[in-house]
Design a protein around this ligand. Structure first.
Ligand code: BGC
Length: 793
């Protein structure tokens, strides 16, 4: 499409129309100008294509593969896996006739109570950005655009359509926008979805700073910004602010208002043109993708569905986080365990996704029971029957469909556990608790589940508990009594099969926590500033969200961010570093003496213009195929700005056969050492000694290194009359001006003296010096210094 030519042929009315939806799931086509429509559908975990075009009934969608939810596949820390899920959802989108997928969701998990945490990836922006970026690349490699959402600060569902999020610049930039920025710069998504909430007073979809200055201006986003569904309150303001498309449509009254605003001179037509260009840009991409948007098959191809079911099972198994495994209780290998008690209704009536717009009409479901080849199938749910995995396996529901366990349920469960060699107990949250549109009220498991767990493990010491939930649940009352516990998350339609793969030992779990598992709700970072009051929430914890808070406060979590164990063991070799050129090659290099025992590790000097590459060999020293997630954290030196003790900057997942070795390779550059300084409005990386920590979890650090980092551009705060004397005296020119004005002797006198007096003097602003020195420094001298400063700023 010749976008400029097409634009020049459009009428004002057509421009207004094309910047709002045609029904709930498309942009309008304009046949006269050969502009194709762009079709779109939720969502992030699988296609939610409507049976009838133009309807929006959440319960009426075509069957499709339901992949593990973002919270679940995020726990895999596996970039390739995220890309494969993006590709697979795109394949189904193509077959069903859709151009754009409304996902992935990538808001930061600020509180474990957010009802939509199951739809988000992590509390950390690097992990979120890397995984979401891979998903976007996977999807777009198939010609289907991705829509990253919800931009920005939709970190809870409480009053989401009006809540005013009050957030400071640093957490905004370093946490809440950082993940979006990463994806925009690296993966070039076709679209961004604006959030419902307000950010510092303005609605996210009517926010000039977020949409025009930052997203399009600074990050050079070239795609389409659409609103969340009904998030536009004032279309003219939204268009003026930088929103390109109001969803859903039709929005005739707003289209008319928009055209009138242009006619009345309230909105420059060139601004509207800019928005239309972006709709045309995506329409052009959609047109070129070869997707037949007119076709409406009843479901994706059966062969596609079979392949994707296998991917969904592999993904969920890879994402399972083994929290503890005393005495190597798991796996329960069928060769050594012949009688297994399978307890928990979710093993038979599975809970595998969350509620709301991401809900997929799963093409099939595989439950723990069906994957084990034992009965207990709910009526009407298709699943394939398999040969029995264990010689004897008995199922007991343990709790009702709401997750509640009473004495009768518990007795049945205990009986089954007693008769077995081992018990597999599936617990978790029911459907009604985790959904878009509202938050959870606590972190508790449903009534009676704690008693159920304790009763079963008291009877059967070989009990493994599997938790099915989209976010953190409180485990304090029972976890010390249970030898093996895994978090399966909401694993999608094959989640039951994935649990079986992990329990039987077919797959060694390799998921890692993406969200700190707190001991109690009160320990979470946002506790005092959630949910907000009088229409606003203040992100008072600032930068200290998730592990950043626990590291800083010393409040121990139950399990830290990045935690997860394997059935295997991994040995780390010597860490080597090299810094130089922009790719880190051809420069200086350092290798640690020996891997083990090198407490402080190697060190290397680098400048902010260099790239730093790091390599660490890792060997699977166990006897099973398994995967290790190597995590790299940076600890900054103490500087002018308060910074979290350490932050995740890179990670690498290595899949290794027993006895084999792989190499985790990382490349870091200036930005990885930087933080956002609102004083300058830019990312700064101060010179100093940075420590690198590389480990298997955030608490199991295996290798360390020291980076002597030199900044070639160290921005300095401009001096003015309010700058404290410390800054005046530390600044070469400031000191010279002061010395010229009052003489070195007086400076020595004022800044000498007893330590307390000296500190007090260094803390006072220049302006107050005459008053506080009893006239020894005159007003004129100070005025002269300020003139000198102004003469050569
Ligand atoms: C959700 C979006 C979703 C949209 C369309 C909204 O309620 O917040 O994530 O894409 O509906 O279903």
């Amino acid at each position: 499409m010749d976008i400029e030519k097409t634009l020049s042929q459009m009428t004002l009315e057509e421009k207004a129309t094309i910047t709002s939806g045609y029904g709930p799931w498309a942009t309008p086509a304009i046949d006269r100008l050969d502009i194709p429509k762009v079709t779109m559908s939720d969502g992030p975990h699988g296609m939610r294509a409507m049976k009838e075009e133009g309807t929006a009934d959440l319960r009426e969608s075509l069957p499709a593969t339901c992949f593990p939810t973002a919270a679940c596949f995020g726990s895999s820390w596996d970039i390739q896996l995220a890309a494969s899920i993006g590709e697979a959802i795109a394949e189904e989108a193509r077959e069903l006739g859709y151009n754009l997928v409304l996902g992935p969701g990538m808001n930061i998990k600020r509180t474990p109570l957010c009802g939509r945490n199951f739809e988000y990836i992590s509390e950390d922006p690097v992990l979120t950005g890397e995984m979401a970026g891979a998903f976007v690349e996977g999807s777009q490699s198939k010609g289907v655009g991705a829509t990253i959402k919800h931009f920005a600060c939709n970190n809870s569902e409480f009053e989401r359509m009006s809540l005013n999020v009050q957030v400071d610049e640093r957490p905004l930039r370093e946490l809440y926008l950082a993940a979006f920025e990463r994806v925009i710069r690296r993966a070039r998504p076709w679209a961004v979805m604006g959030a419902y909430n307000r950010v510092n007073g303005e609605f996210a979809c009517e926010h000039p700073r977020l949409l025009s200055e930052i997203l399009k201006g600074e990050w050079l986003f070239e795609g389409l910004v659409m609103s969340d569904w009904t998030a536009v309150n004032d279309r003219v303001s939204a268009i003026a602010a930088g929103l390109d498309l109001e969803m859903p449509g039709p929005s005739d009254a707003n289209d008319r208002r928009l055209a009138e605003a242009v006619r009345a001179g309230e909105l420059d037509e060139s601004v509207l043109d800019e928005r239309v260009r972006r709709v045309l840009y995506v329409a052009d991409l959609a047109g070129k993708s070869g997707i037949n948007t007119a076709q409406r098959p009843a479901h994706p191809d059966p062969e596609t569905l079979t392949r994707h079911h296998a991917l969904a099972r592999r993904a969920a198994a890879q994402s399972t986080v083994l929290l503890k495994n005393e005495g190597d209780l798991l796996p329960f290998e069928p060769t050594s365990t012949s009688r297994l008690a399978v307890i928990g209704r979710f093993a038979e009536t599975p809970r595998f996704q969350g509620g709301g717009s991401s809900k997929v009409n799963a093409a099939r479901t595989e439950t723990v029971c069906s994957a084990l080849g034992i009965s207990g199938e709910p009526e009407g749910v298709h699943s394939d029957s398999r040969p029995q995995v264990y010689e004897h396996a008995e199922y007991a529901p343990g709790y009702d469909e709401h997750g509640h366990a009473d004495a009768r349920h518990i007795d049945g469960a205990v009986r089954a556990a007693r008769a077995a060699d081992a018990a597999l107990l599936v617990v978790g949250l029911p459907d009604a608790v985790e959904s878009e549109g509202f938050d959870r009220s606590d972190l508790e498991l449903p009534e009676g589940q704690t008693e159920l767990i304790r009763a079963v493990v008291a009877e059967q010491p070989r009990t493994a508990v599997i938790i099915v939930a989209g976010s953190v649940v409180r485990v304090e009352e029972w976890i010390d009594e249970v030898p093996a516990v895994a978090l399966a998350g909401l694993g999608g339609q094959a989640g039951g099969g994935a649990i079986v793969d992990v329990v039987t030992g077919e797959v060694a779990p390799s998921g890692r926590l993406t969200e700190t598992m707190v001991r109690r709700l009160e320990d979470s970072a946002a506790w005092l500033n959630y949910p907000g009051e009088n229409g606003a929430v203040h992100y008072g914890e600032g930068l200290f969200v998730g592990y950043r808070w626990h590291d800083e406060s010393g409040v121990a979590p139950r399990y830290p961010f990045g935690h997860g164990i394997s059935y295997s063991r991994f040995e780390y070799g010597a860490l080597s570093l090299s810094a130089g050129g922009s790719d880190g090659r051809g420069g200086r290099s350092e290798e640690s003496e020996s891997g083990e025992g090198a407490e402080s590790g190697p060190s290397i000097a680098m400048r902010d213009t260099d790239a730093l590459s790091l390599r660490v060999p890792v060997r699977n020293a166990g006897s099973r195929s398994a995967a290790e997630v190597v995590q790299l954290y940076i600890e900054p030196p103490k500087g002018r700005l308060r910074r979290p003790r350490r932050e995740l900057k890179a990670f690498s997942k290595l899949h290794l056969a027993p006895g084999t070795e792989g190499v985790a390779e990382f490349s870091l550059s200036r930005r990885d050492f930087a933080c956002f300084d609102p004083g300058f409005g830019e990312w700064i990386s101060e010179s100093g000694e940075y420590r690198v920590h590389i480990g298997s979890t955030s608490a199991d650090i295996r290798r360390r290194a020291t980076i002597d980092f030199e900044s070639t551009v160290e921005p300095r705060r401009a001096l003015n009359e309010w700058s404290p004397m410390r800054e005046w005296l530390e600044d070469e020119r400031g000191r010279r001006l002061f010395s010229e004005a009052i003489g070195e002797q007086l400076i020595d006198h004022l800044s000498g003296g007893r330590p307390a007096e000296r500190e007090m003097f260094l803390n006072i602003p220049l302006k107050k010096v005459p008053q506080l020195t009893g006239g020894r420094v005159s007003e004129e001298a100070i005025a002269g210094m300020l003139d000198g400063l102004a003469a050569s700023p």
